[in-house]
Design a protein around this ligand. Structure first.
Ligand SMILES: NC(=O)c1ccc[n+]([C@@H]2O[C@H](COP(=O)([O-])OP(=O)(O)OC[C@H]3O[C@@H](n4cnc5c(N)ncnc54)[C@H](OP(=O)(O)O)[C@@H]3O)[C@@H](O)[C@H]2O)c1
Length: 236
């Protein structure tokens, strides 16, 4: 399979790159930190790398160039994401999260969907979060932006079905995974990144529409969705 992972210099994206590579796939990885991309290329000879910021780059031309080098792709995973929980509401942080998790995401997802539609098949996997399910006082933009990602993914699945095209969009909703991103309050069930990446691969291979990672976060999702605001506001 030919795969692009957007946001693979660290954490979940990097681990996914390593696992997909070990399984013999053709890979391209992106991120802003060039030295980490080059380090990964040293570890995984033959992978393609592209250094760009999803907020500011011409994402269409960056991804288009990668696809040309790879002579097509089957799967694109949008793993780039940012959020910084704090008690204070800092506009710069909120806008930064929104620019990466929403604007960068839309540029990538719309390009990928249209590419796969034209090709006649393909899969887009997006990493949202269990945080997408409710508002969060510590990182309002992060939870709102992840809700946007999940909602957008559902919209694209419906669009693919109406267009009768073989394009699948998989919304991965992680709970806490042990990466530098996992710095929120009251963490529990923190999963190793290797285990999370394994479960993400399985969900993608099964062409799931929505998958909670690790799997037991499904239970938290059910509870979160049903919790009355009066109770939720004490923890959210
Ligand atoms: N860890 C968790 O507990 C958890 C839970 C739920 C959801 N998630 C989601 O999982 C995804 C991966 O996060 P992670 O935990 O693996 O954190 P991470 O190690 O911080 O990885 C984030 C990745 O996104 C890239 N990125 C961030 N901003 C970017 C930008 N403006 N342009 C291009 N690339 C950018 C980073 O690369 P550069 O810095 O090199 O650009 C990095 O490769 C995120 O979407 C996150 O929201 C994580």
């Amino acid at each position: 399979m030919k795969i692009i992972i957007v946001g693979a210099t660290s954490g979940i994206g990097r681990e996914l790159a390593q696992q997909y590579y070990q399984l013999g796939n053709t890979l391209a990885v992106t991120g802003r930190r060039k030295e980490l991309l080059q380090e990964l290329q040293g570890q995984l000879p033959g992978i393609h790398i592209s250094c760009f910021d999803v907020q500011t780059a011409n994402v269409v031309s960056e991804l288009g160039a990668l696809i040309t080098h790879m002579d097509g792709i089957d799967l694109l995973i949008y793993c780039a994401g940012y959020g910084n929980p704090a008690n204070e509401l800092v506009a710069e942080v909120e806008l930064d999260s929104t620019a990466t998790n929403v604007m960068g995401f839309v540029k990538t997802a719309s390009f990928a969907f249209n590419y796969f539609r034209k090709q006649g098949h393909g899969q887009l996997a997006v990493i949202s979060s269990v945080a997408a399910l409710r508002g969060n006082s510590h990182s309002p933009a992060y939870s709102a932006s992840k809700a946007y990602v999940s909602n957008y993914a559902e919209g694209l699945n419906i669009k693919a079905s109406k267009l009768h095209v073989d394009v699948v969009v998989t919304d991965i909703r992680p709970g806490f995974i042990k990466t530098k991103m996992a710095k929120g309050y009251g963490q529990f069930w923190v999963a190793p990144v290797e285990k999370a990446a394994r479960q993400i691969r399985v969900a993608i291979a099964a062409k799931k529409r929505v998958a909670y990672v690790t799997k037991r976060w499904w239970l938290i999702a059910v509870i979160l969705k049903r919790l009355p605001f009066g109770i939720y506001r004490k923890i959210g």
